[in-house]
Design a protein around this ligand. Structure first.
Ligand code: HEC
Ligand code: HEC
Length: 405
């Protein structure tokens, strides 16, 4: 039982979708990812050219091919099912049990016993329709648009109404907002960041990185954590708690995870996501990760700090926003958006406590915020070492008596 908790926790932390645990779904090769049309104007981003999923995106099954009882979320890639379910839960501020049956700890997610699930289906259909018919196929309206953390959205304005403040009249002749011309370019902002963290030469010299510290979850559990990374794309992580230890690694096109219950491979979209998030240069070589970069029209604020915001599109058509301290150039925040047919799911990483490690400035506190409460966590490093020897055999899948493929 305790081990299960650890497992779920770590799986969630680990950005390996919890669906593996829930359904024991097997990844197989499958039909191409469905074409999705998304507009991001609600995020203050210009709608990108609408293109089909990148040819490089790993092909993956859709929910109705894997799950037992999908009636309206047809075409949703399987890897997005649990993120979308978390998005529903977050939008209504409810738990899975609001819509799903749990009999003494055993989930029956495919059961239609709860009327709330059926109601949710009607809502999903409505959202898909309204986006299609009124918003030209963009994902403009989502569950959150109306629900905003409530089961019952408020339709009536509560009286007495606050008195609207007069619209500030701009000074005669003044520009309503600073023009792009007064903003640095995306290249300039990223170049300044590279200099701020120690310069391109110091980054290019990096071969390995070892980081130790702990992870605190939103439920207050603290795990001991260690990651060893080897450029460009090999990494091995260990999570330790009183309940047990979990290890996992990515190396080339291989990924595996070992926990108290056994050893299994990480494949498909999960492997792709994990490889991306664990690579040594993830936050150090930014320019290479985007096919397009655009600077926002004005500075924004994070706390007291002025920040420049860059919107980037990755090769697999994911949108991200990068927030750089306008003064010292450091990367303070990175937000990625998973575009699904039913809503855009944000995930935010904040970088704090930058310290110099052998000529490279690195954040010693990294906060992850997400709609999935299990993923909310803070990593605090006590030690970071660069270019120390890392034993290559660490990345290889260990031999195990018990294997759960
Ligand atoms: C607001 C209601 C709602 C909440 C909350 C919700 N779900 Fe769902 N879930 C649904 C609906 C509706 C479907 C079926 C979708 C369809 O028919 O296309 C579904 C389907 C599923 C399925 C597929 C079942 C199958 O085999 O057919 C899984 C797994 C699942 N949900 C897991 C979860 C988890 C885990 C959570 C909590 C993080 C959760 N859901 C929260 C409404 C909800
Ligand atoms: C256009 C606004 C709107 C949107 C968008 C919307 N809802 Fe609703 N939803 C409502 C309203 C209003 C109610 C309450 C009245 C009712 O239950 O008919 C409600 C009720 C519900 C209920 C029943 C709650 C209860 O207490 O029984 C569920 C479940 C639900 N919504 C799920 C969703 C999901 C999931 C989405 C996104 C796919 C969504 N809604 C999107 C307006 C919306």
């Amino acid at each position: 039982m305790k081990l299960n908790i650890l497992k779920l926790l770590i799986v969630a932390l680990a950005c390996v979708s919890a669906i593996v645990v829930i359904t024991k779904a097997r990844a197989q090769k499958s039909s191409p990812a469905p074409r999705q049309f998304v507009s991001l104007s609600s995020l203050g981003m210009a709608a990108p050219a609408q293109t089909p999923a990148a040819a490089t995106a790993p092909q993956e099954k859709t929910t109705e091919q894997v799950q037992k009882n999908i009636k309206v979320l047809k075409g949703l890639p399987q890897s997005q099912l649990i993120p979308v379910m978390n998005f529903f839960s977050a939008s209504l501020r409810v738990r899975c049990t609001f819509c799903h049956v749990n009999n003494n700890g055993v989930w029956a997610f495919d059961s239609d016993e709860k009327p709330e699930k059926e109601r949710a289906r009607e809502m999903i259909t409505m959202v898909l329709n309204v986006n299609k018919t009124t918003f030209k196929g963009g994902v403009e309206v989502s569950c959150y648009t109306c629900h905003r953390g409530n089961r019952n959205p408020v339709s009536l304005p509560p009286l007495p109404l606050p008195i609207p403040s007069p619209r500030p009249s701009p000074a005669p002749g003044a520009q309503a907002s600073p023009t792009l011309a007064t903003m640095p370019s995306a290249d300039e902002i990223i170049n300044k960041y590279v200099v701020a963290i120690g310069g391109q030469a110091a980054i290019d010299k990096l071969k390995t990185r070892v980081m130790r510290g702990n992870i605190k979850t939103s439920s207050g559990v603290t795990l001991t954590y260690q990651i060893e990374q080897s450029a460009p794309d090999r990494a091995h992580e260990i999570f330790m708690s009183e309940q047990g230890t979990m290890e996992r690694a990515v190396s080339g096109n291989m990924g595996w995870e070992k926990n108290p219950q056994g050893l299994h491979d990480i494949t498909g979209q999960q492997l792709a996501d994990l490889k991306m998030s664990l690579q040594l240069f993830r936050n150090l070589k930014l320019k290479e990760q985007y096919t397009s970069l655009r600077v926002g029209g004005r500075k924004e604020k994070i706390g007291e700090r002025d920040v420049y915001v860059i919107t980037g599109t990755t090769a697999d058509k994911k949108r991200e926003r990068l927030f750089f301290d306008a003064e010292n150039g450091l990367l303070l925040r990175r937000v990625s958006y998973t575009e699904t047919m039913i809503g855009i799911i944000p995930e935010q990483t904040d970088f704090e406590d930058y310290r110099d490690v052998e000529g490279v400035k690195l954040p010693f506190t990294v906060r992850l915020s997400a709609v999935d409460a299990n993923r909310v966590s803070t990593r605090t490093f006590t030690e970071i070492k660069l270019n120390v020897p890392v034993d290559d055999s660490k990345f290889n899948k260990p031999a195990a008596a018990k294997t759960n493929p």
